[in-house]
Ligand binder design. Structure first.
Ligand code: PEP
Ligand code: MG
Length: 361
């Protein structure tokens, strides 16, 4: 790899030969992906597309979508977002070459897209040409006390199906453009926060119908997969059912840990250090997998998922995906790959090699 010189480079090449687990990166920008490629990542295991909407121009268009009165009014801002997303995905695929890229459809807590105070409300009302009264009422109707347990993930696909349709259209437009240029891409589309087979089936159909419609008048076939994040305890327990509608699983251990312990991911700083200091918890479960609880749910999901599909690819893309101690556990329970931030790729690769050597020793 270009930026890893000398002995480390040799060690990593050696590690790659010995590792069984794939090591992918979490990346939402070409810059992060490029960094991970320099560390010889196998591809992208998770693109968090919600991170692509925080630049002012995009946020405004997204607000116009979320705050519109009707689906008809959403069409115009969605067409702007489609153009932007198409370019986002094109760049990532182009950079990937023949490596795999998994794109996760939108998963924001909805409040991140809402205007926050009166000044912002007034500004947005003007920008999207609605009254302040209408906007205030609409925002109130969307407000939640617990956004992380609320209107996010694929729940958005149920309430705003056109947002997911736009993203799938953007993915396929990029794929078709690359195909014209001679690059074959097999897109992997990932659904966040699924908790049942029925929900996954509904969203999967939304995705596949969109793809079928786009390919109807083309002479080309595109191999694609539609898989799900495994981050809801209920999805793990019913993994044999969820697998019927999924081409792959990827554990979102951040949410799975939050929901298994009932600890808010965003608020643990006030008490978790005391738990660790007093030995009530051996380590921060968001950083190192809690083998007995969260890990047991993962094991159950792997085993039940593979009862339905014996070759089901299964990844881990939460924070612990780059933690060496956790990687050893993932190897043991039959995970196929991990995905972590670019700078953790080298250490994850070494840990994957060590885990496999330990496993086979
Ligand atoms: C997770 O929950 O572990 C995950 C990878 O998704 P996010 O952190 O984006 O919720
Ligand atoms: Mg998550």
């Amino acid at each position: 790899p270009a930026t890893i010189k000398g002995d480390l480079s040799v060690l990593l090449e050696w590690a790659k030969k010995f590792a069984k687990l794939g090591v992918y990166t979490n990346a939402d920008t070409p810059r992060d992906f490029q960094k991970a490629l320099e560390f010889d990542a196998d591809g992208i295991g998770l693109t968090r597309t919600e991170h692509m909407f925080f630049k002012p121009e995009r946020l405004l268009q997204m607000r116009r979508v979320i705050l519109a009165r009707t689906a008809e009014q959403r069409a115009e801002p969605l067409s702007h977002l489609l153009e932007m997303q198409q370019a986002d995905f094109y760049e990532l695929y182009k950079l990937a070459g023949d490596k795999e890229v998994t794109i996760r459809l939108l998963d924001p807590p909805l409040h991140e897209f809402l205007p926050h105070d009166m000044a912002e409300i007034q500004e947005v009302a003007e920008q999207i040409n609605v009254s302040v009264d209408y906007l205030t009422e609409r925002i109130d109707s969307l407000k939640e006390i617990n956004p992380m347990l609320g209107h996010r993930g694929d729940r958005l696909a149920i309430t705003f199906p056109d947002i997911y349709q736009m993203q799938v259209k953007a993915i396929m437009t990029a794929v078709l453009r690359l195909s014209d240029e001679g690059q074959i891409v097999h897109p992997h589309i990932m659904i966040p926060l699924t908790d049942s087979q029925t929900e996954m089936g509904w969203v999967r159909k939304l995705v596949t119908d969109q793809i079928t419609e786009m390919l109807a008048d083309k002479e080309i076939t595109i191999d694609y997969t539609v898989g799900t994040m495994m981050e809801m305890p209920r999805a793990c327990v019913t993994a044999n059912q969820v697998a019927r509608e999924s081409d792959f699983f990827s554990f979102g251990t951040n949410d799975l840990t939050q929901l298994t312990f009932g600890y808010s991911r965003d608020d643990v700083g006030s008490f978790l250090p005391e738990y660790i200091k007093k030995g009530i918890l051996p380590a921060d479960p968001f950083q190192t997998i809690d083998v007995e609880g969260v890990g047991e749910l993962m094991k159950m999901a792997v085993n039940r998922g593979r009862l339905t599909k014996p070759d089901l690819p299964i990844g881990v893309c939460g924070e612990v995906g780059g933690d060496p101690t956790s990687i050893n556990f993932f190897e043991k329970i039959g995970v196929t790959y991990v995905s972590c931030s670019p700078f953790r790729v080298p250490v994850a690769r070494l840990a994957a090699a060590q885990a496999h050597i330990l496993q086979t020793a």
